[in-house]
Design a protein around this ligand. Structure first.
Ligand SMILES: C[S@@+](CC[C@H](N)C(=O)[O-])C[C@H]1O[C@@H](n2cnc3c(N)ncnc32)[C@H](O)[C@@H]1O
Length: 350
């Protein structure tokens, strides 16, 4: 996966709606269907067929991801939330007053609320997500829950260029919040580019607060991505359903199967959709042949060591100012500042 810095194919523009809970509407910088089709065709033409994971999240996909987050096997949301809960005082102290919080891939903002409950006079909150309906719902909800908070939602592909809205009250600084280990969906080089771009968005004095999943027993990982209720499988297959609906394709869902495994050499979980038989599929008027057992690679989730993530952050021009982990060392939350701007004398491990 590569970060595409070309301007997105914007089909619609919208104003930054914020006047009331009824009419709040995300600025619409979504990639259009032409962009979606081009990326799908590009992925399916590769020798190892692949599809970008960002397209999981149509409204149904976003709902399925919320369901995944309620399952014990998928340890990430609860573990990350408990780390934030346990260290909220220190985090809020670091973020300071009048901060503009910018969240990439905000989803349902479950963990954001822990921060918002404690932040001191935030200048505003910019939730960014590619999933329009969910973003709209969550923005309306947040505006109701935090009446004094300026919420400026942007529906965009965060790997493309888009305009960051400015809050009415000038912020003291910008902090990018990127929880859920979504950075783990990027291969190492795009991850480095993404961090650099996030650093540019923060500007001088800004910082990043990032959730990063840690390497652990592959058995735990296997269960997390192969839940007993089959919700992750449904989430994975929903991508083909979405392509059928939006791109004039004819994937037969019953002829593909969810397959997720830990690739030890590459330190990542991989999700695939495996063709159960030899078959031919049409997408956007083009033909794609599948052998029996051939897969479409739909997602990577890199698992880091603390040292490995620090190396990545450093290569992107950041210093790790704080790291907090849970007792089992399954997950980590990192506070990154531009190199040379560390607040504390030394990094501390929580
Ligand atoms: C793994 S979920 C995490 C959601 C939430 N941050 C959490 O921690 O529970 C990834 C989120 O990022 C969004 N997303 C994925 N790729 C994106 C992209 N390229 N641009 C914008 N949003 C994206 C998805 O719609 C989804 O809400």
């Amino acid at each position: 996966m590569e970060i595409n810095k070309a301007p997105c194919d914007r089909e619609q523009f919208n104003h930054f709606g914020k006047s009331s809970t009824e009419c709040i509407s995300p600025a619409d910088c979504r990639p259009g269907n032409g962009h979606f089709l081009a990326e799908v065709l590009e992925g399916l033409r590769k020798p190892q067929k692949e599809l970008p994971p960002k397209y999981f999240y149509d409204d149904r996909g976003a709902q399925l991801f919320e369901d995944i987050c309620t399952m014990d096997e998928y340890y990430i949301p609860l573990t990350e939330a408990s780390i934030i809960d346990d260290h909220i005082v220190e985090m809020v102290e670091l973020l300071g007053e009048d901060v503009l919080l910018v969240e990439y891939g905000c989803g349902d903002c479950a963990k954001t609320r822990i921060l918002l409950n404690h932040l001191r006079q935030p200048a505003g909150f910019v939730p960014i997500d590619i999933s329009f309906e969910q973003l709209q719902r969550v923005s309306v909800a947040l505006t109701g829950e935090y009446p004094g908070l300026e919420v400026l939602p942007v529906c965009a592909d965060y790997t493309c260029d888009f305009e960051l809205p400015a809050p009415c009250r000038p912020p003291a600084r910008k902090v990018v919040f990127f929880p859920g280990s979504t950075l783990g969906n990027f291969d190492p080089l795009p991850a480095q580019l993404f961090l650099k771009e996030a650093g540019r968005v923060c500007g001088p004095g800004g910082a990043l607060l990032l959730g990063i999943d840690l390497a652990k027993d592959p058995g735990v990982l296997h269960k997390a991505y192969n839940d007993s209720n089959g919700i992750t499988a449904e989430f994975n297959l929903n991508l083909l359903k979405r392509i059928n609906l939006e791109l004039d394709a004819n994937f037969k869902l019953e002829q593909f199967q969810h397959y997720a495994f830990y690739n030890l050499a590459a330190n990542r979980m991989e999700m695939h959709l495996v063709s159960l038989r030899e078959q031919r599929v049409y997408v956007g008027g083009l033909v794609f042949d599948f052998a029996q057992g051939e897969s479409i690679w739909t997602e990577s989730s890199y698992k880091y060591t603390l040292a490995g993530f620090e190396k990545l952050a450093t290569s992107a021009g950041f210093g790790v100012d704080r790291v907090w982990t849970d007792e089992r060392q399954w997950f980590s939350v990192h506070y990154l500042v531009k190199d040379g701007c560390k607040r504390g004398a030394a990094s501390r491990r929580g």
